[in-house]
Design a protein around this ligand. Sequence first.
Ligand code: NAD
Length: 338
Amino acid sequence: MSSGDGSPVDHLHYRQLGQTDLHVSIIGFGASPLGDVFEVIDQEEGKRAVHMAVDEGINFFDVSPYYGRTLAEERLGAALQGRRHKVILGTKCGRYGASKFDFSAERIAVGVDESLIRLRTDYVDLLQVHDLEFGDLQQIVDETIPAMRRLQTQGKARYIGITGYPLAALQQVASALPVDVILSYCHYNLLADDLETTLAPFASTRGIGLINASPLHMGVLTEQGAPKWHPAPPEIHEAARRAADFCRSQGLDISQIALRFCFEYPRVATTLVGMSTQSQVKNSLSALRQPIDPAITQQVRSILAPVLNRTWPSGRPENSTPTALASLRSSQPIASAD
Ligand code: NAD
């Protein structure tokens, strides 16, 4: 099986992130679990997981001040001490709590300085707006992204990007003002594939790096199931249980099939897996190395087909309205760096 960029999907290889000079491993380390977002973790084991990932060649780490209200950044920064030069490090700005958002230029500038202290570094490779659909998109275009470009000029962030759940909002903002990278989550995995028809062609045409997050649909596609806060409607969880039961009956773990499915997708530079233990790092790598019988994957997809691409509301309602999105403009287009 080829990954589409010529490399077989049987080992960890690297892809250019859009037009940046960042070459990211096709498995990225999602650090939100380090902030006890899914469950309270063993901090020392989390550190060992980070070290194992680096040793195995996973070079892209994604975090945010929001994860565990700064805890994930603190823990990742500590774990990467002495290893920072080996990794590509991304964090975010604008979201600081479940309902705590501030996309103003002032807060973005202060937020980055705070993140750099916690991450024990003087720059991040990637700085992204965190969950833009919770903000005023016009402010994000007029104020937030220009502020991030200034931070880029100051050398605090090498590249900038946006993240969020509604694909149309991500696309409209990136159409109004160039960004280097877009991170989308829960739109390409066994439960969703609409990234392929919407954002992926757009990003490819514009030369924007695309990151796919949440290959396990934020824990739904696992044996233990999703955390209580998960926003998906019950029918998604029920279908995933049926799929997990089927996989078990075949002697397989649904998460391995789900990870493999994402790793084979060639139109994203990397897939971010949320990890906090060495066994999860090992499982991700083994999903890459061990092919799955396509007939099994097909059967799992059939079980999940009735809920494929079933979404949930996220952010301000107007940010999902086509007319409001279409009115988004940049008053002062700013050229993308590099
Ligand atoms: P995910 O789909 O990666 O699922 C994570 C859950 O699966 C955790 O409970 C983890 O313990 C468990 N898990 C991981 N590996 C496993 C394995 N091999 N077997 C069984 N269970 C396993 O969801 P996620 O963590 O939300 O997404 C990955 C990362 O992407 C995040 O950590 C974060 O860095 C990033 N992300 C960013 C945004 C955003 O910027 N808006 C949104 C979502 C995710």
